[in-house]
Write a protein that binds this ligand. Sequence first.
Ligand code: GLN
Length: 248
Amino acid sequence: MSEIKLTIGHFYPDLLNLYGDRGNVLALYTRAVRRGIDVEIKEISIGDELNPSEVDIAFLGGGQDNEQNILKDDLVHVKGPTIKSMIEDGKVFLCICGGYQMLGKYYLEHNGNKLECLGAIDIYTEGKKERFIQDTIYEIELPSGKTVKVAGFENHSGRTHLGPSVQPFMKVIKGAGNNGEDGFEGARYKNCFCTYSHGSFLPKNAAVTDLLLETALKNKYGEDYVLPELSSEIEDLALSKALEYLNG
Ligand code: GLN
């Protein structure tokens, strides 16, 4: 048994699970286990207890407007205060599309229905009839200062706008990103990372997977913790094929 342990809290896996979003959890699991780290995946849905000390990385996938309405009360009123303090304390979160929108202040659906969201990060989203649906390429700067390209897929009606306390997660090279206007994609507040990229986002972007793993393990074991080196040939092959397909 390894001395290093990591627990991934997969929130609402029965409701937020579009386009293979679970692949992100599997990518985190796989790149940690290959390094000899003990990983547990905890599924936390409506009515389940949330103990923040038992979650090192929290994951929320994407969902349709309908599912977002179903889980809203549990997310905002039951787990909300705990999730907010986890984010303020620097816990690592990865939130995709619908999960991303739900952490913000509100989501105004294109049909006029206003969904009051958690307000854990200073963003808001307004939906339009025309959806952004396409494969995407972004650029991200890693803590080492190195800039890498990442590939994703987006499908959203929501246009998200960031407030001053929130940084964009990535820069758009191809795709719409947050709102199709400002050239940025996703959001970062403390260690809460949000993106519109669905499905096999982490499986083909090992640099982002490792950024999340190292941040979570430094949180848990101290700043001196260094994530062991690990090859990423398969992930890099998937990434280069995606970039090649998009002429990126
Ligand atoms: N319902 C949201 C939108 O359309 C999120 C959809 C998603 O998670 N793909 O913007």
